[in-house]
Structure formats: C-alpha cells, structure tokens
Ligand binder design. Structure first.
Ligand code: 13P
Ligand code: SF4
Length: 301
C-alpha cells in the first residue's frame, strides 16, 4: 500500500512540477518524501526561491500562507487544511490594531506564527531563528510590540536587553514542558546536553545548554562533540537528528512534546492533494501585498 502511495506521489510530483516542503515536526514518513525539510525560516526561503509550479506544504496553515504571500504565482497546497497553529490564532488582527493604537510610535514585530492579517499590520516578521537579530535591527529608541509568543518575547528581551510590549500568546505544545519534567529527564540522562526551543517557558529555557530554532538545534547536534542530547522541542525533529547523527543518543524532554496539528498530515493527504490540486491556500491581494513587506524585510536581514 505504502509503496503504491509513494510511487504515485513521485509520479504526480513530476507531472505537476511540484516541490514538497516539510517542517521538522512532520511525521517521519512525510519528512522522508519531502524535497526539503527545514525550520520556518528555511522553508520560507525555499518557498520564495523555488522554480516549481506547485508547492505542497507539509506544515501548518500560516506556513502555507507565507509561501503563497511570497510566491502568489504558484499553487500552494496544504494537504491537511485542518492543520492550524493555535498560537497564531491567539492574535486577532483587530486586537493587534487596537494595541498599536495605544502605542502609535511602536514598531510591530510579528513572529511568522501569525495570520496574514496580523502580518499585514506588522513592520517586520521574525522566526525563532532570527528573532534576536530582527529586534536588534530596530533603532534603540523605538518602542516594540512583539506578537504573539510571550515566551519567545521574554527570551528576546533577555538576549537583547530591550523592553518589548508582549502579547499573551504561547505554543500549547512547548509551553506544556515544565522545569520539573526537564529536571527528571536530566536525572535520567546526566551526561546529555540540553537543547530548548525559545517557545518553551523561561525557566525551561534557562536550564538549557543550547537555545535555538529547530534548524539551529539540528546544526548544533551535528557540530557538538556530546554523545547524547535531551531535546526540548516537538519530538518530530528527532527523526532528522537520528538520520544525520545515527551514533548519537536523542531523548525527548517530555513525551508530551507532540504538536497535534503538525501530526495531522499523512502520506495519503499528500497524494490526494497532488491528485486533486487541493486544498489550496491563497490570500487576498490587499492583505498579501501588505503582508509581503514585513516578510521581505525579515528575509533581507
Ligand atoms: P521553528 O521552525 O522556527 O523552529 O519554529 C518552530 C515552530 O513551532 C513552528 O511552528
Ligand atoms: Fe503552533 Fe506550537 Fe504547533 Fe508550532 S509547535 S505549529 S507553534 S502549536
């Protein structure tokens, strides 16, 4: 069955001139059929430079939206249309606009985990890979509103010494990891290096030897001389780490670190998307042209 599905995907991919992009949190079998697996920043870069006619985005809705905003001439397919990001949904554009009105001189920095409507009223976007750099690029005397992740916002404040006006959003998956659970994992694997994503709570982040995006973590485990690692992010990334470093040990910081939305997409969904050329993600022209600017400013950095 799987062989047939894999074969059909590969044939249709050629016929449609499609590229399959997958986030590190996708199921292992979905990562394995992708042309490129990466973090939010690398996926956005790929989406903006690919010469394919069709982008099959194995990730969540805001990622496919960003791909469409960058490449509106391409068909962007999100094989599982129900795959959203609860954190992105915590920031409503009208509420962000109201906060902006209370701080008219502030720059709005929005995490890419936002809707296109929120990006459209932002000055610059960031991902977890470049958030510190993006905030450092803003003049020191400028007020900054940061939307929507309070944990990433706190991390940026600590790294830059800048004060940010924080939105009270969070990632349901990362925010669930407690310092007690991480301590228990450390007791089980005392020699392991601890890696944490900045979407984790501050007390968890403070316990880590390395803090970074999923892409940063993958690079770090390859470069590090440590033989084992406790991984403080969604468990999907461990598949990639094991492929790249089969001799090293990887342990999830908690079995709870599973994003249900990232796990929705199956190989059958990918095949069906290529067969039917749906579900397609688009953004209306007005929002798209306004949302493009902050994304391009981020990519230019
Ligand atoms: P990165 O891909 O930037 O590491 O972000 C993780 C994430 O939660 C994406 O939804
Ligand atoms: Fe959203 Fe968190 Fe899932 Fe990423 S891991 S898609 S931030 S809920």
């Amino acid at each position: 069955m799987d062989e047939t599905v894999l074969h059909r995907i590969s044939v249709l991919k050629q016929e449609r001139n499609a590229v399959i992009l997958a986030h590190f949190y996708q199921r292992p079998e979905v990562q394995d059929i992708a042309d490129f697996v990466g973090d939010s920043l690398e996926l956005a870069r790929r989406a903006s430079t690919t010469d394919a006619d069709v982008i099959v985005f194995c990730g969540v809705h805001f990622m496919a939206q960003t791909a469409y905003i960058l490449s509106p001439d391409k068909a962007v397919l999100l094989p599982q249309i129900k795959a959203g990001c609860p954190m992105a949904d915590m920031a409503d554009a009208d509420d962000v606009a109201a906060l902006k009105e209370r701080h008219p001189d502030a720059a709005v920095v929005s995490y890419v985990n936002t809707t296109a409507d929120v990006k459209a009223i932002s000055d610059i976007c960031c991902t977890s890979a470049n958030a510190v750099k993006v905030v450092n690029s803003i003049p020191a005397d400028k007020e900054i509103i940061f939307v929507p992740d309070r944990n990433l916002g706190q991390y940026i404040m600590e790294q830059t010494g800048r004060h940010l006006i924080l939105w009270n959003g969070y990632c349901n998956t990362h925010d669930r990891l407690t310092a007690e659970e991480l301590s228990a994992a450390k007791r089980l694997h005392p020699e392991a290096e601890v890696l944490a994503h900045p979407e984790c709570r501050p007390d968890v982040v403070h316990m880590a030897d390395f803090v970074g995006s999923t892409g940063g973590m993958v690079t770090h485990v390859c470069d590090s001389h440590a033989p084992e690692f406790i991984i403080g992010t969604e468990v999907g990334v461990i598949h990639r780490m094991r492929q790249l470093c089969p001799d090293k040990g990887f342990y999830p910081a908690s079995q709870k670190l599973v994003c249900p939305n990232m796990k929705l997409t199956s190989l059958d969904n990918v095949l069906k998307a290529l067969e039917t050329m749906s579900p397609r993600v688009t953004v209306n022209d007005d929002i798209r042209s306004r949302a493009l600017l902050p994304i391009e400013r981020m990519l230019a950095l």
